[in-house]
Design a protein around this ligand. Structure first.
Ligand SMILES: Cc1cc2nc3c(=O)[nH]c(=O)nc-3n(C[C@H](O)[C@H](O)[C@H](O)COP(=O)(O)O)c2cc1C
Length: 250
């Protein structure tokens, strides 16, 4: 199993919801477990924990997968965005290694699983061998907003397109990007009325996912990309959006 260049997977990945319920073999599960220890955080100072659990340890799932990653975090500023940023690395890793996966915001692990960690449970990611087609063949298969709806930056299409194609809860894509060639400010946008009911935590996870896509796209094009928090962007939110973080590109 390799995770050298996850960038191409941005254009092929999709959420998998129908799984072969046979468990993955021990060797593969061990490699997945090893990968969980190599995830890059967005914020170095937030403690996180990622545990592989089985479908027997899940509640409220309509269609189950054989395995899940349960993500736990210390509750600090940016912790949800940090989890989005980290766990999206696994979504792309699974896709690159012919394993299906899907973020799961609705199902929950059992009380016992939650009690096993001192950290706060955040979200699940389902994974396993898929019974559906694993990859999209063409970008036109993504149901996404056009770039003009999610950014006012002209140019930088290669990077912004990577963010545009990111997965988001209920595919709401409630994000907005401003900036230029050296910095991209990421904002949470306004979701539709119905989606607002679910949106408090998941929008912050979503923007972490998009920031990770932006970062690996920048790196793919030979740039150095780091995340910071810009005081200027914070005081000037665009179009009623809430500022989250900035990707600095050099
Ligand atoms: C934070 C988050 C939570 C999600 N929760 C669920 C879920 O509970 N159930 C589900 O079937 N899909 C869930 N999804 C998957 C989205 O519905 C999916 O990413 C979106 O519709 C875009 O489709 P794609 O991932 O195939 O590109 C979630 C995605 C994210 C990012």
């Amino acid at each position: 199993m390799e995770n050298n260049d996850l960038y191409p997977m941005i254009f092929r990945r999709k959420s998998i919801r129908t799984y072969d319920m046979a468990p993955l073999n021990e060797k593969i599960l061990q490699k997945i477990s090893d990968s969980l220890h190599t995830l890059h955080p967005m914020c170095d100072d937030i403690k996180t924990e990622f545990t592989i659990i089985s479908h027997n340890q899940i509640r409220r799932a309509r269609k189950k997968a054989p395995h899940y990653i349960a993500a736990f975090s210390e509750k600090k500023a940016h912790y949800l965005t940090n989890i989005g940023f980290m766990l999206q690395q696994m979504d792309l890793f699974f896709s690159a290694n012919e394993i299906g996966s899907c973020w799961k915001g609705i199902p929950q692990p059992t009380k016992k699983v939650k009690e096993n960690s001192n950290l706060e449970f955040v979200i699940l990611m389902a994974f396993g061998n898929t019974k559906e087609t694993l990859h999209r063949m063409n970008v036109s298969e993504f149901n996404r907003k056009p770039l003009s709806k999610i950014t006012d930056i002209t140019g930088m299409k290669e990077l912004l397109d990577a963010a545009r194609l990111a997965p988001s809860s209920t595919n709401c894509q409630a994000w907005y990007f401003t900036g230029n060639e050296t910095m991209i400010h990421a904002y949470i946008g306004k979701p539709g009325i119905l989606r607002r009911l679910f949106a408090t935590t998941t929008l912050q996870i979503d923007i972490g996912i998009a920031l990770y896509h932006l970062k690996i796209a920048a790196e793919h094009f030979g740039k150095k990309a780091t995340i910071s928090y810009s005081p200027t962007a914070q005081t000037a939110p665009s179009k009623g959006h809430t500022y989250i973080a900035t990707l600095n590109i050099s």
